[in-house]
Design a protein around this ligand. Structure first.
Ligand SMILES: Cc1cc2nc3c(=O)[nH]c(=O)nc-3n(C[C@H](O)[C@H](O)[C@H](O)COP(=O)(O)OP(=O)(O)OC[C@H]3O[C@@H](n4cnc5c(N)ncnc54)[C@H](O)[C@@H]3O)c2cc1C
Length: 312
């Protein structure tokens, strides 16, 4: 989309990038240009940006760490808001009493949406707070983790989130939503037309040694079973219902190490599609299609994408 000078002027105070290639903002390292891209660092800036986009009638796309998205080769029309700079010091508070009135070991950690999940997880381990060590090694932001209900080792965000603050795009008001009003499910939070701004987690005080051991054990397992140093977006497909994970089905369908130009089904973990450096989004999508077809033909199972495809 060619942006008029008038629209460019409306965004000038946000120091936007124009026609910025999105590959540098995603862990897949692919993606065409965003018409306008801004990295706000405060909640006020996020609100002002969205207001301006609405006045200019520009569509808005929110990106966190870009670790669960596949951005098309043609890129994204309108405004892209990347939230990785939206952070401040992690806040630790102790609720005075538990809900049943007894003193508890609960500790709340509050972070802005752009905080890295990895930093929050390390903070918890260093402070001897149990409940988040499953997240060791998961890249991306806290806001993205809430939206995706990120999880591993039998746990996920829904188990630790107590409340989130969101910007409602319908009226540009912020609202605090308590955990019991949130519809989390497997790798999903149902949250329409809103931006996650702040997240509060409830963890449990325990001894630092125990949490650190769990953290490093999980990190080691992840590093030895997943191609963490290659460009990817994590598991490409959701695990289907039943006891056979997507990676197993893909491997059994003979697709481990299958390629489409620079895209390849990982030979370490078949549910990861990796970019060997010169893949474009269409290579990854083509390969994902071949994987789905092979799994369907062998098992009659229709794999569902976990990775979000965004853009033209
Ligand atoms: C090597 C590797 C390992 C991984 N391992 C795991 C794993 O073990 N478990 C797991 O669950 N995932 C895993 N992932 C996937 C990914 O890291 C998680 O889903 C992560 O939580 C996504 O966060 P993000 O900030 O990168 O989100 P993004 O990819 O930026 O965004 C994901 C979606 O959320 C939306 N979004 C992001 N932030 C906000 C916000 N603040 N408000 C509203 N919408 C928002 C985006 O529009 C998009 O639709 C892995 C990825 C990689 C590359």
């Amino acid at each position: 989309m060619v942006l008029s000078d008038n629209i460019k002027n409306m965004f000038a105070s946000f120091a936007p990038e124009t026609q910025m290639a999105m590959d540098r903002y995603t862990s897949f390292r692919v993606g065409g240009p965003a018409d306008l891209l801004v990295l706000p660092s405060t909640v006020d800036q996020v609100i002002a940006l969205i207001k301006t986009a609405q006045k200019a009638a520009l569509p808005v796309t929110i990106i966190g760490g870009g670790t669960n998205v596949l951005i098309s080769d043609k890129g994204i029309r309108g405004l892209v808001v990347v939230l990785t700079r939206l952070k401040q010091k992690i806040e630790q508070t102790t609720p005075s009493t538990s809900t049943d009135g007894h003193a508890s070991n609960s500790v709340h950690l509050t972070a802005l949406a752009g905080e890295r999940l990895g930093s929050l997880c390390r903070y918890a381990a260093d402070a001897g707070l149990a409940g988040l060590a499953w997240a060791a090694g998961i890249p991306g932001t806290v806001g993205g983790a809430v939206m995706m209900n990120a999880g591993a080792f039998g746990s996920d965000m829904s188990r630790v989130v107590t409340e989130i603050e969101v910007l409602d795009l319908a009226n540009l008001e912020t609202r605090v939503l308590a955990a019991d009003s949130l519809q989390f499910s497997y790798r999903k939070l149902v949250l329409e037309n809103s931006i996650v701004l702040k997240v509060r987690l409830e963890l449990t005080r325990t001894d630092t040694q125990t949490v650190k051991e769990e953290f490093y054990r999980n990190l080691k397992t992840k590093q030895s079973t997943q191609p963490v140093s290659q460009a990817s977006a994590g598991c490409f497909f959701q695990n289907p219902p039943g006891d056979k994970p997507a990676g197993f089905l893909i491997e059994q369908a003979g697709m481990k190490s299958a390629r489409c130009n620079g895209a390849m089904v990982s030979d370490l973990h078949a549910n990861f599609i990796v970019n060997h450096g010169n893949a474009c989004a269409s290579d990854i999508l083509n390969l994902a299609c071949q994987v789905k077809k092979s799994v369907y033909e062998k098992f009659g199972i229709n794999l569902k994408e976990e990775v979000k495809t965004i853009g033209d």
